[in-house]
Design a protein around this ligand. Structure first.
Ligand code: NAD
Length: 382
């Protein structure tokens, strides 16, 4: 499979973006500590795809001046950062680049606040944002059931071989060989990370499916977790038929599933990751799948997904596809016991509504300099 390098895509993005409409850098405004009016807020919304334009129009364009603020389809990168010229707020999504160099360019362009439309902020260089005085807000909670539902969809599709069976029927093959699954009741699910999403999943698996549920969390004993806590990740991994990851990605959790942890898995266990791709050492996971240590894998996230997801490669020539080919992803997605979805767990009307509502509130908190409000509810990161 292929992963785009910046040059090709970003040329296209620029062709689609209206650079002419933007003001020069000298128009950038640097606000003092005093509060500002909604009328003074100018937002550039990056990665604004068709599926959320309706919500973003209602929550951002209609509130913060349709003509001043704008939605752009482009992902935020070094090449597209100047689409922010003339704006004091950049509204970003999971795969937008908020590294040190991009943050510095945003600040030069007059951006004072980043509004993430997601919970995870692993792509934000928070230290640089602090140094530059850029405020960073996020949406820490939005319809967690949308994500836990997706984990369940992956579990059920893998268990009952729905994708394989569907493909067979489409070509007129109605044979059942190779489609045998397992009954959920009585099996053990291990949930790594019992926060909002992990807890929702525990409720559904215990009360809905009758599974035994184990949980591991750095800060355990969370109210609403329907299973039993274990003391170590190893204990959870050794006992689980299905392992589902609901951890944030950080230094401690990076590649938490690796050769060593895979060795401890029950032979043939199912692994689900709807959190962040970097939780898996994907090359070691592929080896585990090939030697049968891991029975099946369902992922909604991939470590270098920003080079693949939210992009349509179907119109590229074969030569272009060869330039951007990602061997690891090609191998992974071709394995019959693997299902990959392109980071769509959040993609429900309910979640999109909540994301856009909180984003609007975050922009208003920034405009009013309502520091306390943003910090107290966990929305403001810095
Ligand atoms: P949350 O903050 O409510 O829960 C995370 C849990 O992980 C917490 O209970 C925390 O104590 C625990 N934890 C943190 N570090 C740990 C460590 N080192 N070891 C063990 N436990 C640790 O987050 P959430 O809302 O449940 O979301 C979980 C993850 O799901 C997010 O971080 C995000 O990356 C991902 N997510 C994905 C999508 C999607 O569309 N695929 C959508 C939303 C969230």
């Amino acid at each position: 499979m292929f992963a785009l390098k910046p040059s090709l895509v970003q040329t296209k993005i620029y062709e689609n973006g209206s650079r002419k409409a933007l003001g020069g850098k000298k128009n950038a405004r640097f606000f003092a500590k005093a509060s500002i009016e909604n009328d003074d807020v100018k937002v550039v919304v990056y990665s604004a795809h068709e599926y959320e334009r309706k919500y973003l129009t209602e929550s951002v364009l209609n509130v913060f001046g349709g003509s001043r603020s704008k939605l752009v389809t482009a992902r935020l990168t070094e090449e597209t950062v100047d689409l922010s010229i003339g704006c004091n707020v950049a509204c970003c999504f999971v795969n937008d680049d908020l590294s040190e160099s991009v943050l510095k360019r945003l600040r030069e362009n007059g951006v004072e606040a980043i509004m993430l439309r997601c919970a995870g902020f692993d792509r934000v260089c928070v230290e640089t944002a602090k140094e530059l005085g850029i405020e960073v807000y996020r949406v820490p909670r939005y319809d967690p059931e949308s994500i836990s539902d997706m984990a369940i969809a992956l579990i059920m599709a893998l268990n009952r071989k729905i994708v394989i069976s569907h493909d067979r029927v489409k070509v007129g093959n109605f044979m059942l060989d190779g489609l045998v699954g397992f009954r959920m009741r009585g099996k053990t699910i291990g949930i790594l990370g019992t926060g909002k999403i992990g807890r929702g999943l525990s409720q559904a698996m215990v009360h809905g499916f009758g599974m035994r549920c184990l949980g591991y969390d750095k800060y355990p004993d969370k109210e609403g977790f329907a299973g039993t806590y274990v003391d170590t990740i190893d204990e959870l991994i050794e006992q689980s038929d299905v392992i589902s990851l609901h951890l944030p990605l950080n230094e401690e959790t990076k590649h938490v599933i690796n050769e060593n942890t895979i060795k401890k898995m029950k032979k043939g266990a199912m692994l689900i990751n709807t959190s962040r791709g970097g939780l898996l050492n994907i090359k070691e996971v592929i080896l585990g799948l090939r030697n049968g240590s891991i029975g099946s894998l369902g992922i909604d996230v991939y470590e270098t997904e920003e080079k693949i997801f939210a992009i349509d490669f179907s119109k590229l020539t074969i030569e272009e596809k060869m330039i951007y080919w990602d061997d690891t992803f090609a191998q992974l997605s071709s394995l019959p016991q693997v299902i990959v979805t392109p980071h769509q767990a959040f993609l429900t009307h309910d979640a999109l509504e909540e994301i856009s509502k909180t984003t609007k509130e975050n922009i208003e908190a920034f405009a009013k300099r309502d520091v306390a409000n943003g910090s107290q509810n966990g929305n403001r990161i810095c």
